[in-house]
Design a protein around this ligand. Structure first.
Ligand code: PLP
Length: 382
């Protein structure tokens, strides 16, 4: 195999041409500080405003409701900040991204009361738990729109609450139609590098009039809502990518979904003892989480890497640790099942021939790893 087959778009999606164009343009033109009053500063301010408008249009928001941040992690913490106080009641789930779980831990230490809804083995949320949590009139409900590991989509629009609603939409924006009014949310987190911008840029949608507290004082940027000099180049890339996705994203998504479905069909036809996690639930169109019997996912991941196929054992941030994924454990899988799984996530530059090569190669690698006896039980004792 000559070139790498990158199937890890949920971790970071490679730079899109629209972002590359921005970077190339501004490596020649100088970019000043948008807070400066001189012409260069004012020009940059206008460019940021244009990008803000593109990001807002992409999710059906008003530009004044977009706060640029460093990414999904910061947006999640920022959304929760006003609710992390004595006496507030917050509803969330056990399968959120690590950054949201950390915001929840922090809120607990400041006296907030947390209600954590569980999920079923198919990834779907427990409806009666959610119903009774909503009846307790929470101040905030915060549930991810799509899970980063399984791709399962949660019915955010269905839940009515007297309080505020936040969704971590880092894994759904660009993969589904996301509209803040259809979802009925007050806060929505986005991240640029999942869409093909450089990493280090993101946004939080804050519906006008929502309770809000900045994380840090000491600047007037983003109308004081997110202080510190803006990541100008990142923001401009974010705007360009959102514009492109608004105009052409639907065609791309249909293409990716067809590739993902072929990938899953071929794998299940060719390899025994495998299951697609969350297959009976609505899922984002690019993600395939596969559970393999009788093998250790990390050993398979390494075998894939040696053959040029790049995928993930789950959340990128927890790779490097041997702990089974908290998402799969919360879904009710054993540590052995959790460790025997891989996530393949397709994206804008995935081709049909890459998927054909991957489904040709994977059965051989699975057989190799199984024959070598690399499984979780053995690893634990070995
Ligand atoms: C669902 C979800 N939320 C938040 C994040 C964090 O985003 P960022 O890497 O931009 O901080 C990620 C990244 O993997 C994610 O998948």
């Amino acid at each position: 195999m000559n070139s790498r087959i990158y199937l890890d778009h949920n971790a970071t999606s490679p730079l899109r041409p629209e972002a590359e164009e921005i970077i190339a343009r501004f490596s020649k033109e100088s970019l000043g500080n948008p807070s400066s009053i001189h012409s260069t500063g004012r020009k940059v301010r206008r460019l940021i405003d244009d990008a803000r408008e593109e990001v807002a249009r992409f999710i059906g928001a008003n530009p004044s409701e977009i706060v640029f941040t460093s990414g999904g992690t910061e947006s999640n913490h920022l959304a929760w900040n006003a609710f992390a106080r004595e006496g507030s009641r917050i509803v969330t789930t056990s399968v959120e991204h690590a950054s949201l779980l950390a915001a929840a831990e922090r809120a607990k230490t400041t006296g907030a009361q947390l209600i954590q809804i569980s999920v079923f083995k198919d990834g779907g949320i427990h409806p009666s738990e959610m119903e009774s949590a909503l009846e307790s009139n929470p101040d905030l409900i915060s549930v991810q729109h799509a899970n980063n590991e399984t791709g399962v989509v949660f019915p955010i629009q269905q839940w009515r609450t007297t309080g505020r609603k936040h969704t971590d939409a880092v894994q759904s924006v660009g993969k589904l139609d996301v509209d803040v009014h259809n979802l009925g949310v007050d806060f929505l987190s986005l991240s640029g590098h999942k869409l093909g911008t450089p990493s280090g840029v993101g946004a939080l949608y804050v519906r006008r009039g929502s309770p809000f507290e900045t994380l840090w004082d000491g600047g007037a940027q983003e109308k004081g809502r997110r202080t510190g000099t803006e990541n100008v180049l990142g923001i401009l890339c974010f705007g360009a990518v959102c514009k492109h996705l608004r105009e052409e994203g639907a065609t791309e998504r249909t293409r990716i979904e067809r590739l993902r479905n072929n990938f899953e069909k071929e794998l299940t036809d060719r390899i025994d003892g495998i299951r697609i996690t969350g297959a009976s639930q609505p899922r984002v169109p690019n993600t395939s989480h596969v559970m393999f019997d009788r093998l250790d996912g990390e050993s398979l991941l390494i075998a894939c890497d040696l053959e040029g196929i790049e995928c993930s054992t789950g959340a990128a941030c927890s790779s490097g640790s041997l702990r089974p994924s908290h998402v799969l454990l919360a879904m009710g899988f054993s540590p052995e099942n959790a460790q025997g799984s891989l996530r393949f996530s397709l994206g804008w530059n995935t081709t049909e021939s890459e998927i054909s090569q991957a489904v040709e190669t994977l059965p051989k690698l699975v057989a190799q790893v199984r024959n070598a006896g690399h499984n979780y039980a053995q690893k634990k004792t070995g």
